[in-house]
Design a protein around this ligand. Structure first.
Ligand code: DX5
Ligand code: ZN
Length: 214
């Protein structure tokens, strides 16, 4: 599977509706919303209001990536704002199993994300419960960073574990995805490719998605 999830972190917010529709006409599959709280990561973006605005612009699934310290406290607000998938960070919570079940109970799909320094093995006891595993290929917090090559091994590990254990989670990769890096990431076993600057910081948003989908 090859799904492209453009991240509106790199979009022009004064032109959000137009830019999302351009992404859609290029073949975007999901719209990725990067929520940052200035605590779990050293940057602040937007909260439920931003997700609600994105939802109004599209019928595509809204993929919410919570880079926040207390996902349990805010998950419901994001569901009310139109999230279809909510992904939280393993590093942010103590009781991972509880958070997974709580988000599922809200009626949305659930994903779990891991930072570049976190091994895939920390997920072995919970990965059968999630719909998606998000492997960060940059340190979360900012768009426009370079892809960390070592992430390829981790993607392969996640794909192998899925196969060996007959599981169904999607593997999503986030950070530094562009025309050059996407091929290796696809080969390693990724299904959902998040792309911010390589989509929105270009002359032609639709065409950039078409290029990534090739
Ligand atoms: C990083 C965010 C990413 C970011 C990716 O913290 O989670 O989704 O928008 O941006 P690019 O594609 O520019 O690396
Ligand atoms: Zn993200």
């Amino acid at each position: 599977m090859k799904l492209i999830a453009p991240s509106i972190l790199s979009a022009d917010f004064s032109n959000l509706a137009l830019q999302i529709s351009q992404a859609e006409s290029g073949g975007a599959d999901w719209i990725h919303c990067d929520v940052m709280d200035g605590h779990f990561v050293p940057n602040i973006t937007f909260g439920p209001i931003g997700v609600k605005a994105a939802k109004k612009c599209t019928k595509l699934p809204i993929d919410v990536h919570l880079m926040i310290s207390d996902p349990d406290k805010y998950a419901e607000d994001f569901v009310k704002s139109g999230a279809d998938i909510i992904t939280f960070h393993q590093e942010a919570v103590i009781h991972v199993n509880r958070t997974i079940n709580f988000i599922k109970s809200l009626g949305v799909k659930v994903g779990i994300a891991i930072n570049p320094s976190t091994p895939f093995s920390v997920l072995s006891e919970v990965v059968d419960l999630v719909d998606l595993v998000l492997i960060m290929s940059v340190n979360p917090g900012f768009g426009g960073q370079s892809f960390i090559e070592k992430s390829l091994d981790k993607i392969e590990t996640a794909a192998k574990f899925r196969e060996e254990n007959k599981l169904n989670y999607l593997i999503e990769v986030d950070g530094g995805i562009n025309k050059k890096t996407i091929q290796d990431v696809e080969r390693a076993g990724c299904d959902v490719f998040v792309a911010g600057s390589s989509v929105f910081h270009t002359e032609n948003i639709s065409l950039s998605i078409v290029e990534l989908k090739k």
